[in-house]
Design a protein around this ligand. Structure first.
Ligand SMILES: Nc1ncnc2c1ncn2[C@@H]1O[C@H](COP(=O)(O)OP(=O)(O)OP(=O)(O)O)[C@@H](O)[C@H]1O
Ligand SMILES: [Mg+2]
Length: 310
């Protein structure tokens, strides 16, 4: 049964969620966790290496990350997924080869035409990812046994996830649908891919994560679980909460905001649990992490739950 591959054992992990919830931190932590379990990891993020700084790179002490995978930590290679790179490789599969292809693709007129074509941006990113998934070592084995993608924020991520399905609805023969089918064999396969929705224990992020889960159903990309990031323990009893809330109404004191944040977190987590049957992986809010980087602590936490999610 393909459905029974435990989520952390799958090869492709798509880290999704709304802006600022911790997608990059979770993606890096998951890469570290997988490397600790002995996987050959590729960690990627979407972005133009010439125009934007790398968020993933910052975790490994580098400003830039290239489009070709490079070694960044024990067991981990990282690179950027760049639309232009994927478009170029795809064009090479359909156009005659030669240096002219590159020149033509880089010409301003061509770029304008391409950016106007619906989903051409997603096509480039998707094709770049596909080519990385298909990379093989000298032994003929897949080069990376875990591929972790720090996906763009919600809307763009869904557009990317939905690309093969939509493309195949309108075109069925030729190199493009062939590539889409190869892609689907990875990203629509629950034995291979796990999409994780990262969220925070707050009202709006929880609402948006539930919407994202609905959106994911449309794409055919298997959702593996929700990562409830920056969890706060509610160490107050019900009776204590009532007393404190009553007292705070009359006399707001230092600590009011923290107390309220904890109560909001508790309510938001409860709502999340009541609204989805998917596993919820809780990651603590790491206060004062070493070097300001919470990912090593989160990687350990992820490895602890990895074994329990079957
Ligand atoms: N569990 C955690 N404990 C403490 N700090 C965290 C945790 N998770 C994330 N952070 C911090 O929250 C901030 C935002 O995290 P991150 O950059 O990973 O979010 P993102 O979803 O990738 O944001 P963006 O939408 O900008 O790409 C960072 O400063 C990060 O260090
Ligand atoms: Mg990010």
């Amino acid at each position: 049964m393909t459905e029974n591959v435990p989520p952390f054992e799958r090869r492709v992990h798509l880290i999704m969620g709304k802006g600022g919830v911790g997608r990059t931190t979770v993606a890096v932590s998951m890469a570290q966790a997988a490397a600790l379990r002995g996987k050959r990891v590729l960690l990627t993020e979407v972005g133009d290496p010439e125009a934007t700084k790398s968020a993933i790179g910052a975790f490994f002490g580098r400003e830039e990350l290239r489009v070709e995978p490079e070694h960044v930590a024990p067991g981990i290679d990282a690179c950027r997924l760049w639309a232009e790179k994927g478009q170029e490789s795809f064009a090479r599969t359909v156009l005659p080869t030669g240096p002219l292809v590159k020149t033509a693709l880089r010409s301003r007129a061509m770029r304008r035409l391409m950016s106007a074509a619906p989903a051409f941006h997603e096509l480039g990113i998707f094709y770049h990812l596909l080519s990385l998934l298909e990379l093989c070592g000298k032994d003929g084995q897949e080069q990376y046994s875990a591929v972790i993608v720090d996906m763009p924020a919600t809307g763009h991520a869904l557009a990317l996830a939905e690309l093969p399905k939509i493309t195949l609805q309108v075109i069925s023969r030729g190199p493009l649908p062939n590539a889409m089918r190869r892609g689907q064999a990875y990203i629509n396969n629950p034995a291979v891919t796990a999409a994780w929705v990262v969220t925070l224990p707050e009202q709006l992020p929880v609402t948006e994560s539930l919407e994202l889960l609905e959106g994911l159903k449309r794409t055919g990309v298997p959702a593996a679980g929700v990562i409830l990031n920056r969890h706060l323990d509610n160490y107050f009893s019900k009776a204590e909460i009532e007393v404190i809330e009553g007292a705070l109404q009359d006399h707001p004191v230092r600590g009011t905001t923290s107390f309220q944040r904890i109560q909001t977190a508790d309510r938001s987590s409860t709502r999340l649990r009541e609204s989805t049957d998917l596993p919820i992986v809780q990651l603590d809010n790491i206060v004062n992490p070493i070097n300001g980087d919470p990912s090593p602590a989160l990687a350990n936490a992820l490895n602890q739950v990895a074994g329990s999610l079957r």
